[in-house]
Design a protein. Structure first.
Ligand code: HEM
Lengths: 266, 427
């Protein structure tokens, strides 16, 4: 009547279907945003064994510091993070020097006054504007968002940031851009209040990497991915050990279970 | 299942305890020697898996709560700081977030198992009803937990769901508005709302724990159902829970944990919505407000009804009706295995629920809305019409005489291939 293997197979199928289903519904809302052109890139950090490329993170940080930092904050990062394992891994002397370039507000002092001092590695990155209104006032009414978790706050984060940076194309003739807006093929609606921040030769690279828009876009995207997920490498490394352990455990449990059940009369 | 106690304390301290507080005797009789049908398949391992996830959520949640700050301007950053500055914080947070999803995946399989094998039928009605209460409490807990992140989706999901109570305005003018403002603790979702959601998110899991204890108690009075739906009749129908099911459950749990930790380590945000990494902004409504995946079928039902109040009633009814299955199902046999007609309706019901879930993630317009309406009608028709009517006229197919007959391939089942005599563990 019933095939002995079938209930189990059916069960496996059902579980697989449930997982696929969860995956499909989780993936769907993201696509609804419309005709954005997002180019998939090869990232050193994707996949279960993915790790960041130190050189790329250091270059990406340079791009951020010299270009994006004029408008965008990274409030969740601290200077010490730049020297921690799994990140750009700047030397501790370099981290101290980078921190000291920042003017950090501190206080109140003994007289009750606030004062500024050079930054320390334990300080957070200083945002370029005192508040949202100041940011808007300086940017034509548009607000340049903090980039700390940007790579997680957009569907296909790093690919999206890459495509956004490289997406400033010739405005089509039939499109009337609003005042102060730029045409961008990756941005939803194609009109963005951020003027193209990067172009070839905008930032000097000292490690021999070609100073092209393409490379800048890749490097800043990888850097922002690290900024959003600084524990990615630790996660992948621990995951590998954990999964091996679990798979061996599952195999052993299966064998024990089989032995236990083999004793049952049938 | 009531059975003679086989516990024999053999240490002095064991004997001392046994006449004062016989917990060891209870553990032994309920989880070691407990007589269990010998033919349970892997769908019966999800009870253990669910218990495991309750513990995971409690353990990770309590540590998260030590670092989390339930304040409207600090909550979002505090979650990120947990992941950056707390030792193993990223692991705790991703386990807690994905653990919620796994909890629901397991509970849906668990509920579908109960529906397929008629596990809600006498004498397990109370067991089933407690299960529905656990499911409701889980939904409330997960909803409140999701709001704590205080991202855009958190904020707007809370706004949409709490606003449902304003539908009471159409019964008593002003009542709904008053209730909603009472829930919010103000005139909009804000800081006071967040602190009460946090307080309740901490409380409810312990209520769930209490319900789970009652659930297992109610299970251990009649004992487990099984794929045939036939009661245990003789000694050979049952085996002790330990070691047979302890090891089977442990093996299945391990496989499920591989799926869980695979998500945590390699795709921790796969089931999350990117908008929830944008800090809540009361002035900016996201283009699509979608709940977490596990709420989607019910969200589709809510939006399928054009009238707000009736939408809320349908939403509540779609879950609440489950509690009445023991009385809506008129079938003489428990297991759908022996129900040639209902089998097909059951398959349709599952597919329909999945389709509703898909539609719940889509905008409620055009064809999506039309299909959501058809799916909603079908959902209720299944519970209110198919279950009573089919059970009443359907003629069950031939059944084995006992659990043992089913396992050993004797009885009316007949014609089993010889490979079928492998151990029941291979089923
Ligand atoms: C039935 C058990 C539980 C379920 C289903 C559950 C579910 C959830 C969910 C879905 C989230 C949102 C996760 C995210 O997207 O980041 C969350 C967050 C949270 N939960 Fe729970 N939870 C449970 C138990 C607990 C317990 C017992 C505590 C301890 C007090 C707790 C504390 C927290 C905290 C502090 C957060 C916010 C931090 C975060 O988002 O990671 N939870 N919960």
């Amino acid at each position: 009547m019933r095939n002995i293997a079938s209930p189990k197979r059916k069960l496996l199928l059902a579980v697989a279907a449930a997982v696929l289903y969860a995956a499909s519904v989780a993936g769907t809302p993201a696509k609804a945003a419309g005709e954005q052109t997002i180019e998939t890139q090869k990232w050193s950090f994707s996949g279960p064994f993915g790790m960041f490329d130190r050189g790329q993170l250091q270059r990406g940080f340079k791009v951020y510091k010299e270009v994006c930092a004029a408008c965008h904050g990274l409030r969740l990062l601290r200077f010490r993070n730049l020297g921690e394992p799994g990140g750009p891994e700047f030397s501790s002397a370099a981290v101290k020097a980078l921190a000291a370039e920042a003017e950090v507000q501190d206080g109140p002092d003994d007289e009750g006054e606030m004062f500024t001092r050079p930054g320390r590695p334990s300080d957070a990155f200083v945002s370029p504007f005192a508040n949202k209104n100041a940011a808007r006032a300086a940017n034509n009414g548009a607000y340049p968002p903090d980039l700390s978790v940007m790579a997680k706050a957009r569907a296909r984060g790093p690919d999206y940031i890459y495509s956004l940076m490289a997406g400033y194309k010739e405005t089509p003739d039939d499109l009337e851009l609003a005042e102060g807006m730029s045409y961008n093929t990756a941005f939803p609606g194609h009109q963005i209040a951020m003027a193209a921040p990067l172009d070839d030769d905008a930032v000097e690279y000292t490690d021999g990497t070609a100073p092209t828009l393409e490379n800048y876009s890749k490097d800043i995207s990888a850097f922002l991915m690290w900024a959003a997920e600084p524990k990615l490498e630790e996660r992948h490394k621990l995951g590998f050990r954990f999964m091996i352990y679990l798979i061996i455990l599952a195999g052993l449990l299966y064998l024990v279970k089989r032995r236990v059940w083999a004793g049952l009369k049938h | 299942m009531a059975h003679a106690s086989s516990y024999r304390p053999n240490t002095a301290i064991g004997k001392w305890f046994d006449v004062r507080l016989p917990v060891m005797r209870m553990m032994h009789d309920q989880f070691n020697d407990f007589p269990t049908p010998r033919n349970l398949n892997y769908l019966w391992t999800f009870g253990g898996i669910l218990t495991f996830f309750l513990v995971v959520q409690l353990a990770t949640g309590i540590v998260l709560a030590m670092h989390y700050i339930p304040h409207e301007s600090m909550a979002f950053d505090s979650v990120e700081k947990i992941m950056r500055d707390v030792n193993w914080g990223w692991l705790l947070r991703y386990m807690h977030a994905n653990g919620g999803s796994m909890f629901f995946l397991a509970v849906y399989i668990h509920i579908a198992r109960g529906m397929y094998y008629g596990s809600y039928k006498a004498p397990r009605e109370i067991l089933w009803v407690i299960g529905v209460f656990i499911f409701l409490a889980m939904m409330a807990t997960a909803f409140m937990g999701y709001s704590l992140v205080w991202g855009q989706m958190s904020f707007w999901a809370v706004t949409v769901i709490t606003n449902l109570f304003s539908s009471l305005d159409s019964i008593v003018d002003g009542l709904g508005t008053a209730v909603v403002q009472w829930i919010w603790g103000g005139f909009s979702v804000g800081g006071p709302t967040l602190t009460r959601l946090f307080s309740l998110h901490y409380l409810l899991p312990f209520i769930i724990t209490g319900l789970v204890i009652l659930h297992i108690w109610a299970l251990h009075v009649p004992g487990s159902n099984n794929p045939t739906g036939i009661d245990i009749k003789s000694k050979s129908d049952a085996i002790p829970f330990h070691p047979y099911y302890t090891f089977k459950d442990a093996y299945a749990l391990c496989l499920f944990v591989i799926l869980f930790m695979g998500l945590v380590f390699y795709a921790p945000n796969f089931l999350a919505h990117p908008d929830n990494y944008i800090q809540a902004n009361p002035l900016q409504t996201p283009p699509h407000i979608v709940p977490e995946w596990y709420f989607l079928p019910f969200y589709a039902i809510l939006r399928a009804i054009p009238d707000k109040l009736f939408g809320v009633i349908a939403f509540a009814g779609s879950i609440g009706l489950l509690a009445f299955l023991p009385w809506l199902d008129t079938s003489k046999v428990k297991s759908t295995r022996y129900r040639p007609i209902y089998k097909w309706f059951f398959a349709l019901f599952i597919i329909n629920t999945l389709v509703l879930g898909y539609l719940g993630a889509k905008p409620a317009e055009g064809m999506y809305l039309l299909f959501a309406r058809i799916g909603t009608a079908f959902y209720f028709a299944h519970l209110l019409v198919v279950m009573p009517v089919v059970g009443w006229f359907e003629k069950p197919s031939a059944m084995p005489g006992s659990i043992t007959d089913d396992v050993l391939g004797k009885g009316s089942g007949g014609g089993r291939p010889s490979a079928a005599t492998a151990s029941p563990g291979r089923r």
